[in-house]
Write a protein that binds this ligand. Structure first.
Ligand code: ATP
Length: 297
C-alpha cells in the first residue's frame, strides 16, 4: 500500500473578476499563461504546485497573508474549485469526483478546522460536536460519549449543554477542534486553527494536538503564519509566497538554511522572539538572585 496520503500535481487556482468568474488554464499555452499572469482581472492564488504528504505526517503550510495558503487547503477538498491540476487523497482522485462522491468523501475521509468555521447556532455544544457522527449514522449513545470525550480534551466538558452564542470566540474555536477530533477521519485539515486563542491556551492546544497525534497517527495538513507553531508541530513544512512553494523540508532544516530572503525574514523574526524571551528570563533570574541575596544579607 502506498504511504502517500495527499498527492498534489501541477495545481493552479486563478480567481477571476471577469463576468463569468471562470478562467480556462492550459499550462502548455505559454501565451495564455502570460496573459493570465499580466491580467488585472485575474489573481493567481496557487501557482503550479506539486508535492506529496505522507500518511501520518503533520505537514505545515506557512506564508505571509495572501500567499495562497487558505486557497490551497480549500482546493484539496474542492471547497475552492481548482483551475488546473490533480489532487489524490488516500488513493481517491478528488478532482474527478462528482458532487455526491465529493460529499461522501469529505464526510468519511476528512475533518476540517477552519478559523471561521461556523457552528450550528441552534444546536448545543455537545450536539455540534456529535453532528458529524450523526451524519454517519453512529448510534446516539456512542456519539454522545465520543463527543463528551472530545470536549474533555479541549477543556469544555462543562459547556456541553450550552449554545454556541454563550461561548467566547476562543471557546467556539475549541468546539470546532473537538468536532474535528471526534470525526475520526484519517485526514485532518486545519487552517489557522489556533490563531483566535490567547497565547497560553494556544500553546496548550498545540501540546494537546502533539499528544493526540502520538495516539492517532492522522495525516494533518496545517496552515499557519507562525514559524514557532510550524516548528513545534510540523514533521515537514512548505513555505508559500505569491502562490508558489519557495521551500519545503523539515522545520529545523528550514530554520537552519532558509532558501531565500523571504524565508530568512520568518527565521529572523523567530530568532528575535527567542532572543527577547531569553533576555526576559535572564532579567527575571537576576531580579530573583538580587532578592535572595538581599534576604540573606
Ligand atoms: N474569493 C476570492 N476572489 C478573488 N481573489 C481571492 C479570493 N480569495 C482569495 N483571493 C486572493 O488570492 C490570493 C491568496 O489568498 P489566500 O486567502 O489563499 O491567502 P492566505 O495565504 O491564506 O492569506 P491569509 O493568511 O490572509 O488567510 C490573495 O491575493 C487573495 O486576495
Amino acid at each position: 500500500m502506498s504511504d502517500v496520503a495527499i498527492a498534489v500535481e501541477e495545481l493552479w487556482k486563478v480567481y477571476s473578476k471577469s463576468k463569468s468568474g471562470k478562467v480556462v488554464i492550459d499550462v502548455d499555452d505559454e501565451e495564455l499563461m502570460r496573459s493570465i499572469e499580466a491580467s488585472s482581472e485575474d489573481v493567481v492564488a496557487v501557482r503550479d504546485l506539486s508535492f506529496e504528504v505522507k500518511k501520518g505526517e503533520v505537514f505545515i503550510v506557512m506564508g505571509l497573508s495572501g500567499s495562497g495558503k487558505s486557497t490551497l487547503i480549500r482546493c484539496l477538498i474542492r471547497l475552492v474549485e481548482p483551475s488546473y491540476g490533480k489532487i489524490t487523497i488516500n488513493g481517491y482522485d478528488v478532482t474527478a469526483m462528482d458532487k455526491k462522491e465529493l460529499t461522501e468523501f469529505r464526510r468519511y475521509q476528512t475533518a476540517m478546522v477552519f478559523q471561521h468555521y461556523g457552528l450550528l447556532p441552534h444546536k448545543t455544544v455537545l450536539d455540534n460536536v456529535a453532528f458529524g457522527l450523526k451524519l454517519r449514522g453512529v448510534p446516539k449513545k456512542e456519539r454522545r460519549e465520543k463527543a463528551m470525550h472530545a470536549l474533555e480534551i479541549v477543556g469544555l466538558e462543562k459547556w456541553a449543554s450550552y449554545y454556541p452564542s454563550s461561548l467566547s470566540g476562543g471557546m467556539r474555536q475549541r468546539v470546532g477542534i473537538a468536532r474535528a477530533l471526534v470525526a475520526d477521519s484519517p485526514i485532518l485539515l486545519m487552517d489557522e486553527p489556533f490563531s483566535g486563542l490567547d497565547p497560553l491556551i494556544r500553546r496548550e492546544m498545540q501540546d494537546e494536538l502533539i499528544r493526540l497525534q502520538e495516539e492517532m497517527h492522522k495525516t494533518i495538513f496545517f496552515v499557519t503564519h507562525d514559524l514557532d507553531e510550524a516548528m513545534r508541530l510540523g514533521d515537514r513544512m512548505a513555505v508559500m509566497k505569491d502562490g508558489s512553494i519557495v521551500q519545503i523540508g523539515k522545520p529545523a532544516e528550514v530554520f537552519a538554511n532558509p532558501a531565500n530572503d523571504y524565508v530568512a525574514r520568518f527565521v529572523q523574526d523567530r530568532r528575535e522572539e527567542i532572543r527577547k524571551a531569553d533576555e526576559q528570563i535572564a532579567a527575571l533570574n537576576a531580579a530573583n538572585d538580587k532578592e535572595v541575596n538581599s534576604d540573606v544579607s
